[in-house]
Design a protein. Sequence first.
Length: 685
Amino acid sequence: MSEVSSPQTSESVICTPIGVMTYLAPTAAHIDDATLERLHAYVDQCVEERRYRLVVDLSRVHHMDSRALEALLDLQDKVIGLGGWLKVAQVSETIREALRITRISNAIALLDDEVEMRSESPVQPAGMRLGDRFVAKGLLDAKHLEEALAIQQQSGKRLGEILIQRDWVSEQEVLATLGEQLDVPFVRLRPGLYDAAVVRSIPKRTAERLNVVPLFQVRGEVTLAMTDAQSIPLINEVEERLRCRVRPVLARSDEILKTILESHDDSSLTDELVIELDEDFEVVEDAFPADLSAIDELAAGSPVVNTVNSIIQRAVREGASDIHLEPARGRARVRFRIDGVLYEIMRPRMELHPALVSRLKVMANLDIAERRLPQDGRIQVHTQGRMVDLRFSSLPGLFGEKVVLRVLDKSQAILNVDNLGMQDDVKETFLGLLARSYGLVLVTGPTGSGKTTTLYAALSYLNSIEKNIVTIEDPIEYQLDIINQNDVRPAIGLTFAKMLKHVLRQDPDVVMVGEIRERETAEIAVQAALTGHLVLSTLHTNDSVGAVTRMIEMGVEPYLLSSALAGVIAQRLVRTICQQCKTTFLAPPEIVRRYGWPEDERVQLARGRGCPECFDSGYRGRVAIHEVIETGAELQHLIMSNPSRDQLDSYFSSHSLKTLLQRGVDKARSAETTIEEIGRVVSAI
């Protein structure tokens, strides 16, 4: 067989034969001419080799224009006459909707929807009148229907118009219900669900006058969004102007107008705005400078504003912890950190990047004219029914300013010890440490391992009106009731050490120090623990016993540390297997032998195949693994002798304490994560 016999990669398409099927996967977010040419070339090759069953995998494609949609039909034509077929798979909601409203989904099957094409409401009998449909769907009661019908008889207005004017039924529900009656699709217009070039095929003023917007044009048929699908004169005018047939779809009038304005006002931005923006998005602290003329016109434009808002909203929806906007030589890129790993979400054109940065600076109330120095700020938005804080940080670079937004979503934060995922024995030890009236409790691990989350959960557990709890943080990530939280300010000399000295004069019961970074803070924290305070803090070490050597290396006297240290918890966050694409398999013999599992036992492990839900990674969500050590009399004596690392490791193993690696392997054995993920995070396999 020729070159299609094994997976191939070009710049734009990956071709992979699997059994009797051949998968064609475009790799770009938008299908351009080069990608279309490559797809046709691969299909021609498949036809030559008599491979007539094709699947076009669109998992990496964000949206499709008219040419790409028409190409699917052209590709199908090449194989269908030979007894083959073409299906599409892994489609986004936006592409799924485009296939529906153009009726291409009637001709080409969606492989995922051999799952099913969901309908938002139960199908009503074809002959049912519009008013009865509203009643059957619970949108209108019989009394209001009678009143509306009476008004209709007197005024001659349409029933839907009356219901909207009286605010009895929303325009969206009227159009959706009318679409069911007429068998005309109803669509929520949004970026990515129209071809900007097709929208501009009707002049702006004409489109506004007619209150219509053409969305796609495929094989001589234009999909036309309108509010009145029964207006024959209007349809005739559009058909005559565009010289093609019209396929009407119903859409809200305000969305039609918005689409017209965005496509005609700044068409260069429309293709980038491919993320659906829900209506419940509001910038809470959007303080504009007094001199509006200082803001770039582009940054103030609606498409840029919508792009920024949609990026933020998608990040919140996907559970991203950070948003990266990065300039490069030819194009910029937007990446989300999800479950500790960065994923590329979109690639805006380079000329758009400064406008996006300026818009974010406006939202953070920063100086948009300053592009040479780093800036930090804060943005607060309300979306999806909750308040979300964003920490803004910009850094000038070779190609422009890079911006990172830290997403602080309190509703998603774990502020309860029961939800930390600790094994029962770890949780019991941890709660025992928190029950002490004094001592130093350290949480260790690298950046991004969830140390601060564990401290916040501990504070929530300890929080009481009877206790004075004081925190020293950099910065304050989540606001907690009753607790006295304080920010360090190195710029004015207010460091962790200086703040800690003053906090100890505030009669605290519990002190939380965000991080012990240097000798002075370490010594004061130890002194505080020795003088009757419970001190919680974090430290950057790889494991629990490493905290002992790190504190001694910082200059803390071993005899003081031995008396002050109550215990140490080391932790990591490991990704869990995506439940949507989870599969199980028998552990290979070498894995069974490596971990000492019974060789006569069928050990089942799991992994994720990769799907759109998990960005093809096979993982979705994270769980913590912990290693805990409590300071008893034996360990105190050992610390006083200024032990070596080997002595501490020997103590740990002699007391049968489970390491991070062993905890992780247990998680893999229970099919929560994979052996590979444990190796990546713990770096010890």
